[in-house]
Ligand binder design. Sequence first.
Ligand code: DCM
Ligand code: DCM
Ligand code: ZN
Length: 265
Amino acid sequence: WGDAGHYAVCKIAQSYFEEDTVVAVKKLLPESANGELAAVCSWPDEIKKLPQWRWTSALHFADTPDYKCNYEYSRDCPKDWCVTGAIFNYTNQLMSTSENSQSIVHYNLTEALMFLSHYMGDIHQPLHEGFIGDLGGNKIKVHWYNQETNLHRVWDDMIIESALETYYNSSLPRMIHELQAKLKNGWSNDVPSWESCQLNQTACPNPYASESIDLACKYAYRNATAGTTLGDYYFVSRLPVVEKRLAQGGIRLAGTLNRIFSAKR
Ligand code: DCM
Ligand code: DCM
Ligand code: ZN
């Protein structure tokens, strides 16, 4: 996602934090966040092109084999070097140091929190598990209305931007408010299953990656070959997918952080 998507995921997550999580996150946030996780959730995108952070740039996605439309950890996350592996890794880092343990390795837990929060958003963007051959849609040039772009950017930014202009008077807080309302109404029965992980797991990103490539095949790639002009029909039919993925990302980030910080109580 672009900045707006990451902000929405983290803002939604914040409203589902348990008390232990509120306290722990507040302690870990940098000054610049002003007490708001959402303010720093795009930080991994801001730094990924800098030489000293170049190693993190492959951790934003997990490309999958062309046209397979499925995801497997061992195949698509070699040496744990992908978004799923990164979510496991930063979860483990945040779990590993408790207040009375004197760990020899001192992870930077502020960075760990910001990476985990960002990558939990990215794994929910369907094209972050897109085909390796087109780099998750980056190589597929399309028009978004009359604007030249690529399919990956349509899903990272354009659908959200058009929704803001068309339905929310260009106000991101209004869009987030609408997603929060849907979480309390239409999606309320789904939230417990979104929030939970299988048996005693703290983080469970593998199913999220599988869902993403399934959605990429059914919605993102469909009727969006190179040179296509995507407009009203594509926008109206794909926006519900984007909205649900932002909401799921927020709920699952909250669930994961709640499990991490309640275990450390
Ligand atoms: N991306 C992806 N799969 C790739 C390469 C990139 O999903 N194989 C994502 C990461 C960014 C976006 O596409 O969100 C643009 O990539 P970059 O910033 O590296 O140009
Ligand atoms: N995995 C990992 N690190 C962890 C937990 C799991 O690398 N802390 C990887 C190893 C397995 C896969 O995830 O290949 C299994 O995950 P799951 O049980 O969530 O399907
Ligand atoms: Zn990213």
